[in-house]
Design a protein around this ligand. Structure first.
Ligand code: GSH
Length: 214
């Protein structure tokens, strides 16, 4: 039986897992949950993920939530399928893990502040100073990222690091769609924009783009 992937459109964490499943060429059935309809808090989903968040997977008798753990599981459970999410030597794999930790620990907090202040706030409650401060924090964090290395991606070859950071930047940029004068894109280092273009050229990229962002 194919692995079941519980997904919510626009979730950068669910997007990470979708990228990983595609990269690993693992057969899966994707179940789309609706935030608006409260699907994530329904008993049938809470039985899968008691935290009521996406993503989650069910693979045989394995139930797993937390995107970083899912991505690690996919690489461990399907070592011979598709390409590795944590490729290379111990040292190279450690770099992938470090970048995943950095994205989750250091990019997410300012990203969340920006989302809260723009995407999830009513326009009439927008506070330009607090929005600009969050945008500056996101931009400052991206200045710390080296961008693509020799293999063309964040840790060299394409890896879990790319699949983690890309959706986070994409949702931050989504704020600019709602607030065109946000001026975030112009603050993103060109090396990061060049790396994003490489991710956007991946064959499975288009199908993973959140449907309501089209
Ligand atoms: N640390 C979790 C974060 C998951 C998460 O926060 N998902 C959000 C969507 S981006 C969610 O499901 N929120 C619904 C809620 O909290 O009610 C992961 O990496 O999977």
């Amino acid at each position: 039986m194919a692995l079941t992937f519980y997904y919510g459109a626009g979730s950068p964490y669910a997007w990470r897992v979708w990228f990983a499943l595609e990269h690993k060429a693992i057969p899966y059935e994707r179940k789309v949950l609706s935030f608006a309809d409260g699907d994530l808090k329904k008993p049938e989903y809470l039985a899968v993920n008691p935290r009521g968040k996406v993503p989650a997977i069910v693979d045989g008798d394995v139930r797993l939530h937390e995107s970083a753990a899912i991505v690690e599981y996919l690489d461990d459970a399907y070592p011979d399928s598709g390409a590795r999410l944590f490729p290379g030597s111990a040292r190279e794999r450690a770099l992938v893990r470090r970048l995943v930790c950095e994205a989750d620990n250091y990019f997410v907090p300012p990203m969340n502040r920006l989302l809260q202040r723009v995407l999830f706030a009513k326009r009439e409650e927008w506070d330009p100073e607090r929005i600009a401060a969050a945008r500056d924090e996101v931009a400052a964090e991206l200045e710390r990222w080296a961008g693509p290395s020799e293999g063309g991606y964040l840790a060299g070859p394409l890896s879990a690091a790319d699949f983690t950071l890309y959706p986070m930047i994409a949702i931050a940029l989504r704020c600019e769609k709602r607030k065109p004068d946000l001026a975030l894109r112009e603050r993103i280092p060109t090396r990061i924009l060049a790396w994003m273009a490489r991710v956007e050229a991946l064959p499975f990229y288009a199908k993973t783009w959140p449907v309501h962002w089209k």
